[in-house]
Design a protein around this ligand. Structure first.
Ligand code: HEM
Ligand code: HEM
Length: 206
C-alpha cells in the first residue's frame, strides 16, 4: 500500500513540478520588471488555465497534500534521519502554503473579481504591516520546494544503491549524494533571493 501511495505522490509531484518550473521561471521574469512578468504570465495562462489542465493541476495540489500527510503518519516520524525530517517539515509547510495560496488565487478570480497578477502578489509583500507576514510566507514556499526535492533526491539516491554495494564504498557515495542535494538546495536559495528582490520592491520601486 505504502509504495503505491509513495509512487503516486512522486507522480503527482512530478506533474506539479512541471507547473512549478513554469511558475517560478515566470516569477524570475520579474527581474526584467512587472510588465515583462505580466506578459509572460498571460502567455503561460494559455497552458495552465486551459480547463482540463487547470482541473488536473488543482487535483494534484489536493492529492499532494492528502497523500503527503498520509505518508507522514505511516512513516514513523521520530525514527527518521535528518533528511527525512526536513522532507516532512517542508512538506507540512507546503501543505499550509498551497491551501492558502490557491485559495487566495481562486478567491481573487471568482469572488473579489480581480486579476491575480504580479501586483496582486507583490502588493502584500510591500505594504506594511502585511509584508511582515507575506515576505517570510513567500520566501519559505520557494525554499521548501527546493528543500523537499533535495531531500527526496538524497533518500532516493541512497535507496537506488542500497543492497548492491560493498559497505566500504557507501560512505563515499553518501558524501557525493549529500553534495548533490546541497547543490539543489543552494540553487533554490539563489532562485528564492532573485524572486523575492523583485516582489518586495528591492530591485525596482513598487
Ligand atoms: C510541491 C509539492 C510537492 C512535491 C513536488 C513533492 C515531491 C515529492 C517527491 C518527489 C518525493 C519522493 C518520493 C519517493 O521517494 O519516491 C516526496 C516524498 C515525500 N513527500 Fe512530497 N512533494 C510535495 C508536497 C508534499 C506535501 C504537501 C507533503 C505533506 C506533508 C509531502 C510529504 C512528503 C513525505 C512525508 C515524503 C516521504 C515519503 C517516504 O519516504 O515515505 N510532500 N515528495
Ligand atoms: C513555490 C511554491 C508555490 C506553489 C506550489 C504555487 C502554486 C500555485 C498554484 C497551484 C497556482 C494556481 C494556478 C491556477 O490554476 O490558476 C498559483 C497561482 C499563482 N501564484 Fe503561486 N505558487 C508558489 C509560489 C508563488 C510565489 C512565491 C508567488 C509570488 C510571490 C506566487 C504567485 C502566484 C500568482 C500571482 C498566481 C496567479 C497566477 C494566475 O492567475 O495566472 N506563487 N500558484
Amino acid at each position: 500500500m505504502r509504495p503505491v501511495l509513495k509512487k503516486l505522490h512522486r507522480l503527482s509531484g512530478l506533474s506539479l513540478s512541471v507547473f512549478l518550473l513554469l511558475h517560478l521561471t515566470n516569477h524570475l521574469f520579474a527581474l526584467a520588471g512587472p510588465s515583462v512578468h505580466i506578459a509572460v504570465m498571460k502567455l503561460l495562462r494559455h497552458i495552465y488555465r486551459f480547463p482540463p489542465v487547470e482541473v488536473f493541476l488543482l487535483l494534484c495540489v489536493l492529492f499532494q497534500i492528502a497523500s503527503g500527510i498520509f505518508l507522514i503518519f505511516r512513516a514513523g516520524f521520530f525514527k527518521k534521519s535528518f533528511y527525512e525530517i526536513v522532507q516532512v517539515i517542508s512538506g507540512l509547510y507546503l501543505s499550509f502554503f498551497m491551501i492558502n495560496h490557491v485559495r487566495a488565487v481562486l478567491m481573487a478570480r471568482y469572488v473579489w473579481k480581480i486579476d491575480p497578477d504580479f501586483y496582486f502578489a507583490s502588493g502584500v509583500a510591500v505594504r506594511y504591516p502585511e509584508k511582515l507576514f507575506f515576505i517570510p510566507y513567500y520566501t519559505l514556499s520557494v525554499v521548501s520546494v527546493f528543500a523537499h526535492i533535495a531531500c527526496a533526491h538524497y533518500v532516493r539516491r541512497i535507496e537506488s544503491v542500497e543492497g548492491d554495494l560493498s559497505t566500504s564504498s557507501l560512505p563515499i557515495l553518501m558524501k557525493k549524494f549529500r553534495r548533490e542535494s546541497f547543490g539543489i538546495f543552494i540553487a533554490g536559495l539563489i532562485i528564492t533571493v532573485l524572486i523575492m528582490i523583485c516582489f518586495t520592491g528591492v530591485l525596482y520601486p513598487l
